[in-house]
Design a protein around this ligand. Structure first.
Ligand code: VGL
Ligand code: ZN
Length: 241
């Protein structure tokens, strides 16, 4: 009972209520997260390439759109990211002879998963989903535009030392807490949340506003790594809209 998920708590509490055990009225409203001026929603890579019909589709990718649109109303600060690769980018399998998508290779900065060609700068594939309605978004940060370096994270390129400038931007705006959602949970969302922690932000990933690729157990591994780093795993319903 002590360590149950919020979902389970709600179920048990409802049952207790029915049994007349008594639940403090308003207890759930008080528990809900109310983002303030120090919080930012980071919407990661909700682009045509990552949904059906795109070059690197994530299962159920488009389903995050209505969830994110609704969530965004709760935030004063909304930042959007776009995966934005050069043609022939180093993360493309096609740039490495004898390699196929979803294999790996060793680069100067470490092991790189090789992907189908995706999110090429200026292409329709790299555009944000039409249905994504975030008129209040204050910044679109593009990443992965250096030919020889990938960037899953919105904060730091895969070399671990080239900053995108996002941490400085958020800090300059007084933001100390980020809520990360989008595509894909186990790559760009997870790396963004992990780097947010490294940069000193409180960080949560909104699970039902994200979808994963799950390559060789990558989804479970990402959640474990995030838990260890102090990234909270929450649901969109935990945020008061
Ligand atoms: C992503 C693989 C390659 C992502 C981007 O947005 O999670 N995954 N490029
Ligand atoms: Zn990419």
């Amino acid at each position: 009972m002590m360590f149950m998920h919020r979902r389970d708590f709600v179920r048990h509490a409802g049952f207790a209520g029915l049994m007349g055990i008594g639940v403090v009225p308003g207890a759930f409203a008080a528990a809900a997260i109310k983002p303030d001026a120090k919080s930012a929603l980071i919407v990661v890579d909700v682009q045509n390439c990552f949904v059906d019909g795109g070059t690197l589709p994530v299962k159920g990718g488009a389903d995050v759109v209505p969830v994110i649109n609704k969530l965004s109303a709760a935030f004063e600060n909304v930042v959007v990211t776009q995966d934005w690769h050069t043609p022939g980018h180093v993360s493309f399998a096609s740039a490495h002879s004898g390699k196929k998508p979803f294999e790996t290779t060793k680069l100067g900065y470490g092991t790189q998963v090789l992907w189908p060609d995706h999110c090429v700068q200026g292409s329709e594939d790299a555009a944000l989903l039409k249905g994504l309605a975030l008129p209040k978004a204050q910044l679109i940060i593009r990443k992965g535009y250096h030919q020889g370096t990938d960037s899953y994270s919105a904060f730091m390129e895969a070399d671990g030392k080239t900053s995108t400038g996002l941490a400085a931007y958020l800090k300059a705006h007084g933001v100390d807490t980020v809520y990360v959602c989008g595509l894909a949970t186990d790559f760009c969302v997870a790396w963004t949340a992990l780097d947010a922690r490294k940069a000193g932000f409180k960080a949560s990933v909104i699970e039902d506003a994200s979808r994963g690729i799950d390559l060789n157990g990558s989804l479970k591994a990402a959640w474990e790594k995030m838990a260890k780093a102090g990234v909270k795993r929450i649901q969109s319903g935990d945020i008061a809209v």
